[in-house]
Ligand binder design. Sequence first.
Ligand SMILES: [Zn+2]
Length: 496
Amino acid sequence: MNKTTVGSKVISFRNLQNFKLKKLNDLCKIAKTTTAKAVGPNWSAAYAIGLDITKNHIGLIYTDLSKQVLEHIRIYKSFTDTEEYYKEVTDTLKDFIQAYHIPEDKIVGVGISIPGIVDGDNNRIERSHVLNLYDVPGERFGKYIPYPTILINDANAAGRTEIDSDRIKNNIVYLSLSNSVGGSVIMGDIYSGNSWRSGEFGHMIVAEEEGTCYCGKKGCFDVCCSALRLAELADGKLENFFEGLEQQNAEYRKAWEKYLSYLAAMVGNLHMIFDCVDPYAQKLGEVSSISKKDGKLCAHAKDPISSGLALENFVPANYWSDYDGDVLLLGAGGSTLAMSVYFAQEKFKANVPKHIIIANRSEPRLESAKAILDGLHPQIKFEFVHNPTPEENDKTLASLKPHSLIVNATGLGKDAEGSPFTNSCQFPQDSLVWEINYRGDLLFKNQAEKQAAAKNLYVEDGWIYFIHGWTQVISEVFHIEIKGDLLENLSRIAKS
Ligand SMILES: [Zn+2]
C-alpha cells in the first residue's frame, strides 16, 4: 500500500472524528488513561474508510479507533468523470465492506483523497491536472456512497499521516515523490494557504532547461523529479530502473545523480523556507535513502537510525566511557557518514568514541566526508586518512588501541571481491569487528574470525543492519513499531 492510501485513511478518520466522533474519542482517551484494570478502549466502536483515487487506480482501506490499517486493497481502474465511474467505485466500496465484514452501522464515513487542489471550505475540487477536472463539486465523488464523505488532497492526507504517527512531534513539511510531485505543510494542522495551494512544491521552478511542465511553466520540480522520468528509461517500470542502477547501468546512474541533485536542491530550499528538516538529513546534507513502493518513491534519512540500532545490538552499553577505544571506519560513503552522525548524538553525553578514524581509497569522498563531519561533536576527534592500498589500512589498524571498533563500510566483499586489509593485518586486542555486508565473499569477516580467539574479538556481520534497514522503512510506511519479538520473527522469516 502506498503512503497516500494510508494517509487518506488517517485523515479521513481524524476529520470524521472531529465532526462526528468527538465525544466517543474523548471517552476512548479516558478509557486509555484510566487506572481501572477492567476498562479498556473499545477500538471497534466505530470504523472509517479511506478511498484513494488516482488516474489509473483506486485504493481502499479501513480502520477503527486504533487508527491502524486493518485491511487494504488497490485495484486498477482508470478515472473518468462519469456517473458510471462513480457508481462502480461505490460498488467496489460496498464489496470491500462486505468482504471484510465491516459493520455497516458503525461506519462513520469515507475520506476520499485525490491528486488535485481541494477547497475544503466549500467541498469542491478547484483543479486536478491529473484527473483533468476543473471546478467540480465534491458531492460528485460521494453521490452514490451511503456514508458521509470528505475530500482531501492526497499529499495533505499523506503528510497528516506522518504527524499522526507518534514519532514526529514537530511541524513538518512533507514532500511526496511519485509520478507527480506534491507536498504538504503541517504546522499543528494542515496549512492550506489562502487558496488551497500551499505545499504545491512540484510547481516550484528548479531548472528551466528541463522542459515544460503539465502546468505550463518551464522547469518545475515535477519535471525534474517525477518518478516517470526514471521509469521511462526502463520500459516505464521503476523497479527495472532500480535493478539496472544496481547493475551499474551508466545511463541510469547519470539520470539518478541528476535526479538526486535536483532533489537535494529542493530539500535545501524547503529547509531554508521552513527550517523543518529531519535533523539527520540536515546534518548529512542529503536525503540518505529513497525507497520505492507501489511505483512511488519515498525519501528518508533512516541510515543513522538503522546503523545505530544495529550497533546497539552488539556494542555494550557505556562501551566508550568504560574502555575509551578508537573507531576505524573503512570507506567514506553513506554508511560511514550515518554512523558518525549516530555516534555524535547529544543523548550519549560522555559515552562517545573520542577518536574516529575514517580511511578511504580516494581523496574526493574523504574531502566531502570531512566537510560534513569536521567539528560535529566537541569531544570527538575525527581523523581523515587517505589509504589507497590495503597495506596502508593495515598500518592504520595497527595504530588502534585495544577495545576499538573496526567497521568495513567499503563495499569490498559485496560490490567487489576482497577486503580493505591484507591477510597479514593485525586487529587490536579485545575489539569489536563489524562487517556491514551480509552476503558476498566476506573476506574481511573471515580475516577477523581467524584472529577472534587469540585476540578476544567480537565479530558481527551485516544481517541485523540489513534487517533494521528494511524494517525501518516498513515502520515508516505502515506506521508500526518493529522491535523485540516482531523483529526477531521478521529476521527469522527473511533468513528462511
Ligand atoms: Zn508545473
